[in-house]
Write a protein that binds this ligand. Structure first.
Ligand code: BG6
Length: 512
């Protein structure tokens, strides 16, 4: 076989770069961001849009219209967009010149009337062709209000056949099951479900999508992806950062709402769902929902023992002293908000019955890492004897989602020498080595998909609902104060109670 007919090696040299698939240029349209003077726009949206412009994914007939309460002019808005994207290329600088800004209150019909005028103007001046993508990036309390204002101004449906109107909604999507349903009702009163694109930026991460490729493009993994071979699953979303400047937001959220209900549930669903008939919006989302529905909803009493909550105290991260959660700006000195959660879940279906799924997340942990670890059963008989296999762990397959994206397979190998000693070694696949330079951000991917009208990576209403159903009893148990809030020093792996959750099952957390 000649080298050119061989597939690229998984650990190919950066020189053998495997080029990312080219992006399609989106159709002409105006993107309207509500909450455009806020943190999300500056940190995520402007850089993602500039990235799309640099990668050839934005058409020349594209513009951005910002809407917010801050009394900015068009020029202030353009400056903010440029300030957040210093290294962007020529097309972005050209596009920014046409950006518009509407200042106004969300309960004032004038705001939407002005927006409507501006949109008509940009259709003429820039050629955005009546196509609209709206993005709700305001505080969540304003989502329903903005939708109502848009509906009253006739902005929620395409004005002409052949044009499109879509609505992107940022998280958090509700505060609990009841409020999420209420929000859905308000949005559905103004938009059709097919127009709504709910964002979970984890779905935009290449390595989260790679869970599907790993499972369904390979004959080797799927046969062992079930209760016969897998002892348990551990999902970790660990962060080194604290709540930063978002203390007052986080006080009302907490780790369960901020990470578990959305990011962790999405990763869990992709890892455990059945193979879809096709990798399209309906195929994938139907299977995710089926899986989420199979998660056993704990009673409030069960939630007391299957969920641990913790909060960080002062500690050391990366050699630097950091404050405890209660000392953070915007946080009450006696706050009971959890910055750490560990949960034991069960999935009641043919494939996973009896396999515990442990999920944990926390801020100010020892290291930033998101991963899914599938731990296999031990071999039924160790022919080498326990003494020579002391360093042999059960096999595990770790899907490393970030920051060092890749896959690790841990297996036993013989230690060189006369004694038949075996120990665990690991085989690694690194995304960055095999696909160098493929670094589109999650927001870039999701914005582009919404512009192209592909809802596959967005969260459907029934998924949100199911995820809240799992989380709600835990919230209830905690609000009754039935579960003590444990503390852990910043820079550790969380409270000791999280360890006990697994110790009770004779298992332990991995140290990533
Ligand atoms: C956000 C949460 O959704 O995800 C933040 O609100 C969290 O609290 C962030 O820090 C983590 O995202 P990532 O991509 O850095 O893992």
């Amino acid at each position: 076989m000649t080298s050119s007919s061989q597939p690229p090696a998984a650990n190919a040299d950066p020189g053998d770069s495997v080029v990312a698939t080219p992006v399609e240029t989106a159709p002409p349209h105006a993107l309207v961001v509500f909450g455009a003077s806020g943190d999300l726009a500056t940190r995520k949206l402007f850089p993602a849009l500039a990235g799309l412009a640099d990668h050839g994914a934005l058409p020349e007939s594209f513009t951005l219209v910002g809407v917010a309460r801050t009394p900015w002019s068009d020029d202030d808005f353009r400056k903010a967009a440029l300030g957040a994207t210093a290294t962007a290329g020529a097309l972005w600088h050209h596009l920014v010149k046409g950006f518009r800004y509407v200042a106004g209150e969300y309960d004032d019909p004038d705001t939407f009337a002005k927006l409507s005028e501006v949109l008509t103007e940009v259709d003429k001046a820039i050629g955005t062709a009546g196509n609209r993508v709206y993005y709700l990036a305001t505080v969540p309390d304003a989502f329903a209000l903005v939708a109502k204002g848009m509906a009253a101004a006739g902005l929620t449906h395409p004005s002409e056949a052949g044009t499109f109107t879509r609505l992107l909604v940022e998280k958090p999507y509700g505060h609990d099951l009841a409020s999420a349903r209420k929000l859905d009702e308000s949005l559905h009163a103004c938009f059709d479900e097919e127009q709504i694109y709910r964002i979970d930026h984890y779905m935009g991460k290449e390595t989260v999508q790679n869970v599907l490729a790993l499972r369904f493009a390979n004959a080797v993994f799927e046969p062992v992806w079930n209760r016969r071979y897998i002892d348990h699953v551990q999902i970790t979303v660990a962060e080194e950062i604290g709540v930063e400047h978002r203390g007052s937001f986080y006080e009302h959220a907490g780790a369960l709402r901020d990470i578990i209900q959305n990011h962790a549930m999405q990763v869990l669903a992709l890892t455990l769902m059945e193979p879809p008939a096709s990798v399209d919006a309906q195929g994938i989302r139907d299977e995710k929902v089926k899986l989420l529905r199979a998660i056993v909803i704990p009673s409030i009493e069960e939630a007391v023992t299957s969920a641990v909550r913790g909060q960080y105290t002062a500690g050391i991260i990366g050699g630097e002293a950091v404050a405890g959660y209660r000392e953070e700006e915007g946080v009450a000195p006696d706050s009971k908000t959890e910055t750490y959660v560990a949960l034991k879940l069960a999935v009641d279906n043919w494939r996973w019955a009896g396999v515990p799924i442990y999920v944990r997340t926390g801020k100010r942990l020892s290291k930033r890492v998101t991963e899914v670890a599938l731990q296999f059963h031990r071999v039924p008989h160790l022919a080498f004897g326990e003494r020579l296999a002391r360093e042999l762990l059960p096999n595990s397959l770790v899907l490393r989602i970030q920051p060092d994206d890749g896959i690790t397979l841990c297996f036993g190998a013989k230690v060189p020498g006369e004694a038949f000693q075996v120990r665990t070694v690991q085989m690694d696949f690194s995304y960055a080595t095999t696909f160098p330079g493929a670094n589109a951000s999650a927001y870039e991917r999701l914005l582009h998909d919404a512009m192209m009208g592909d809802p596959t990576l967005f969260i459907r209403t029934d998924e949100v609902d199911q995820a809240w159903r799992v989380v709600d009893p835990v919230l209830a148990a905690w609000s009754n104060d039935d579960v003590p809030l444990s503390h852990y020093p910043a820079g550790s792996w969380g409270p000791p109670e999280a360890g006990l959750l697994l110790e009770r099952d004779s298992r332990e957390w991995r140290t990533p």
